[in-house]
Design a protein around this ligand. Structure first.
Ligand code: PSU
Ligand code: MN
Length: 306
């Protein structure tokens, strides 16, 4: 039986010729941006790679097929159709039904790895959600992103995880799961909209070549776990910290009041924060994605030369 994945001709050519390729996820578009900004974002993300001489491989499920590398029309579908959010466990259902959907970090990493893509850029990873109300109450809401990243030898560039999550618990889980984490030019794990989180990292790297060297060592060790490159925004580009703290508290309060949970929780919190900041968090969000994609392009280029 062959693996049911369709890789676009551009991406397949790049992989076989050793041209750098970077995978992009589709959930960040379909569930991370408001409809009016989706197409612009999707195109911009790919353009940043093209400008750096790297082939973009946006990943999604279309009409019952896993896809790596989309045409302009297909990118349009991701931006304009009401797509479901697919984590790894949802893939067999989507395939069996001939359905379409946007892929999370978990599903994108799984598909990218099967396509032979080694570098992936996202905004923020999923992680461990905060407990609701009483801190002794566990929701067991931990993103499948973490488990999949413990199983797939991919390099993911992210701006850490959002402060809507329990960042300390997320870092502990990444340690238990054997996921390697390095800060890019920082020894602190970023909290997405902010450069810092108060959580220090064991390792920091100065440039893309240092990341490619770690990728090579990982291969020699035959490790099957991901390398997370935590790439913070500059202080000038981050969200104002006081605004951040205020809107975060309010968004968490509204989620609890409306009892939003499961896969709707992340999109709900993100939308609420966009509206509470009058769209400012969205501009920061777009800068973060671009910043991560630029670094992923450098890493993929360094890797292609190793
Ligand atoms: N974090 C963000 N923006 C996002 C997501 C996470 O800052 O768009 C998306 C990613 O696709 C991530 C997914 O993989 O949410 C995690 O969702 P869940 O917690 O339901 O696994
Ligand atoms: Mn969840």
């Amino acid at each position: 039986m062959t693996f049911p994945l369709s890789v676009s001709p551009d991406v397949a050519d790049a992989i076989s010729s050793g041209t750098p390729v970077v995978a992009l996820e589709s959930t960040i578009i379909a569930h991370g941006l408001p409809r009016t900004r989706r197409l612009e974002g999707a195109r911009r993300f790919e353009q940043v790679l093209v400008d750096a001489g790297v082939v973009p491989a946006t990943i999604a499920v279309l009409d019952g097929e896993l896809r790596a590398g989309l045409t302009a029309d297909e990118l349009d579908r991701i931006a304009n159709e009401e797509l479901s959010k697919l984590s790894k466990r949802d893939l067999p259902v989507a395939l069996a039904r001939g359905g379409s959907g946007a892929t999370t970090v978990a599903a994108t990493s799984f598909i990218a790895d099967h396509a032979g893509i080694r570098v992936f850029a996202t905004g923020g990873l999923g992680g461990v959600h905060r407990g609701t109300g009483d801190t002794t109450e566990h929701t067991y809401d931990e993103s499948a992103d973490l488990k999949v990243l413990s199983e797939v030898p991919i390099t993911v560039v992210s701006a850490g995880v959002k402060s809507i999550l329990d960042i300390g618990a997320t870092l502990e889980r990444m340690e238990s799961l054997g996921i390697t984490v390095v800060g890019y030019g920082t020894d602190e794990f970023p909290s997405f909209w902010l450069r810092s989180s108060g959580h220090t990292l064991d390792w920091s790297v100065p440039d893309a070549a240092a990341v490619a060297a770690i990728m090579e060592s990982r291969e020699q060790l035959e490790l099957s776990s991901a390398l997370v490159v935590a790439n913070p925004l500059s202080l000038d580009d981050q969200l104002d910290p006081a605004t951040h703290d205020r809107v975060l508290e309010e968004a968490l309060r509204r989620a609890e009041e409306k009892q939003v949970g499961g896969k709707n929780l992340t999109p709900f919190l993100l939308e609420t924060i966009v509206s509470l900041t009058d769209g400012e968090s969205l501009e920061v969000n777009l800068r973060i994605a671009e910043n991560n994609i630029r670094l992923a392009a450098e890493i993929a280029t360094a890797w292609s030369r190793h």
